[in-house]
Design a protein around this ligand. Structure first.
Ligand code: CTP
Length: 404
């Protein structure tokens, strides 16, 4: 039985072109056994017909604040009281502004102000409206007031522009709803997630090593987001300064060879995410004693290639995780190189990021990433590493949902 069966969602549809996607959201929720009651703003009715919404929900659509029959029968308070969660999809810039400032001049805004229930919003608007300082302020206020936010995604927009502002996909919104309603259980309950993070250290001798600048922040944020969704998380990590996230099983390793062995011990798993910056080479003959300056010149180090952890796990036949996600840290030809890694390493999704020095990704808190799959590229960012993690896990949870 669906985790959402017998829940009641009060869906508020405001007036944007993305309103058509709310119809698919209603369909998905109904299939999951949810009772969906809908409030439409006046502008929403310009985009989708109340008759279509009523047919899909099997319920009357609510749209008027001063409706005598409704006020006698139930009223706007009753609409929210009977709901397990309020979902605003799409949430226009205008409705977000009203919510942030506590306006109550129609049924949607009045219900949102009168509710004591959790509210999840799925913003959708033109990219300039989304990036405007006023919307950013309103969004920050709404988050402070406890609203949950899903999306928006980046991509081609109905207005012909490109950027963040597209409403999250209905399947992603369903996962966000599941997470909101089952926070102790979550969308990834019963799923095992393996994550690699941080750098590896390849020893030269007992006191020296070769490594890189990876801070581990992105991988740790992903582990935290996966744990929040209820997954059983194993975080196989090289040495980093970041604290271990709550609810995550840590497996500390040093070298790439250790990291591979630790990952193999964690199989089988449902999702494997390889965020570690694995050293490509290790010293062929690690000295057992400290290499001394013996007056005969500098030592010549000979390297051998490290195992490719991601590729090895992705090609494990019957033990292959249900979903394999790689990262591509590039300084040039980002998407082209990412596509190449996607096919050569045999993964389902590559999170590509530009690690040129000026982008400040290593050690920084912001990340602009590109999700590369066989079917296309999604651009996210710049976002905080935590937002990247949350959105990535939301996306993966929606993908893994149908898998046994
Ligand atoms: N990776 C891995 N094991 C390695 C090298 C890389 O598991 N020995 C994984 C990384 O965790 C990442 C992906 O492969 O998910 C790509 O890593 P990246 O450093 O971008 O690519 P490389 O394979 O090292 O290729 P190159 O350095 O030539 O770009």
């Amino acid at each position: 039985m669906s985790k959402l069966a017998d829940k009641t969602i009060l869906l508020i549809i405001s007036g944007g072109i993305a309103a058509y996607k709310s119809l698919e959201l209603i369909r998905l929720l109904k299939t999951a056994g949810v009772r969906v009651r809908v409030i439409m703003t006046r502008a929403a009715k310009e985009f989708v017909s109340p008759l279509t919404v009523a047919s899909l929900t099997g319920e009357k659509v609510h749209d008027e604040l001063f409706n005598l029959t409704d006020e006698i029968e139930m009223g706007h308070i009753e609409l929210s009281r009977a709901a397990d969660l309020l979902v605003v999809a799409p949430a226009t810039a205008d409705l977000m502004a009203k919510m942030a400032h506590g306006h109550a001049d129609d049924l949607a805004s009045t219900t949102l102000l009168a509710t004591d229930k959790q509210v999840l919003i799925a913003p959708a608007m033109n990219v300039r409206m989304w990036t405007h300082a006023a919307t950013a302020r309103n969004l920050a206020k709404l988050k402070r007031d406890g609203a949950l936010v899903i999306g928006p995604n980046e991509g081609e927009m109905a207005c012909g522009e490109f950027g963040p502002g597209r409403m999250a996909e209905p399947a992603e919104i369903v996962v966000a709803i599941e997470t909101a309603l089952t926070s102790k259980t979550g969308a990834l309950v019963g799923k095992k997630v393996l994550i690699t993070a941080g750098p590896t250290r390849e020893a030269i001798d007992p006191v020296r090593y070769i490594s890189n600048h990876s801070s581990g922040k992105q991988g740790y944020a992903i582990a935290e987001a996966a744990a929040r969704l209820g997954a059983d998380v194993a975080l196989v990590s090289g040495p980093v300064e970041v604290p271990a996230p709550a609810g995550v099983r840590m497996v500390a390793v040093q070298s790439a060879v250790d990291m591979l062995a630790a990952c193999e011990r964690e199989l089988p798993c449902d999702i494997a995410i390889f965020a570690a910056a694995v050293a490509d080479w290790r010293v062929a003959d690690e000295a057992t004693q400290k290499i001394k300056k013996d007056g005969k010149g500098v030592p010549a180090l000979k390297f051998v290639e490290n195992p490719d952890i991601l590729k090895t796990i992705a090609k494990r036949g019957s033990q292959r995780p249900g979903l394999v996600v790689g990262f591509a840290a590039e300084t040039e030809n980002l998407i082209e190189n990412a596509r190449d890694k996607l096919s050569k390493k045999g993964c389902d999704l590559i999170v590509a990021n530009d690690v040129s020095k000026d982008k400040n990704v290593f050690g920084g808190d912001q990340n602009s990433v590109h999700l590369v799959t066989a079917s296309g590229v999604d651009n996210w960012g710049p976002l905080s590493k935590h937002d990247v993690a949350q959105r990535l896990m939301g996306r993966l949870a929606s993908l893994v949902k149908g898998q046994p």
